[in-house]
Design a protein. Structure first.
Length: 119
């Protein structure tokens, strides 16, 4: 399974960016996909995700500013980020959660795309 994330970059505070992530390499069932962020010195944490049933979850710090969307035909998710602030700086990773016929599960991570927000 490969996850290809893109769209990071340098933006001024108040600006916007859109991240993309496409998953390939498996035909098994994806139960969830999401974006996670790791800032320097911090643990990786949830930004936004789709969980079972298509429900969207957001981290508290991004609610109302970020929107996650998906294209099931492409096995892709997107993260529209608006009103960015310096605290949003970090490596953004996409993750795909799979379930296999034997009911085992596996999480796969992309390589991370860097978002830097200047003040």
């Amino acid at each position: 399974v490969q996850l290809q994330a893109s769209g990071g970059g340098l933006v001024q505070a108040g600006g916007s960016l859109r991240l993309s992530c496409e998953v390939s390499g498996s035909s098994f069932t994806i139960t969830g996909m999401g974006w996670y962020r790791q800032a320097p010195g911090n643990q990786r944490g949830l930004v936004a995700s789709f969980v079972s049933g298509g429900v969207r979850k957001y981290g508290d710090s991004v609610k109302g500013r970020f929107t996650i969307s998906r294209d099931n035909a492409k096995n892709a998710i997107y993260l529209q980020m608006r009103n960015l602030n310096p605290e949003d700086t970090g490596l953004y990773y996409c993750r795909a959660d799979y379930i296999y016929p034997d009911r085992s599960t596996m999480n796969y991570w992309g390589q991370g795309t860097l978002v830097t927000v200047s003040s």
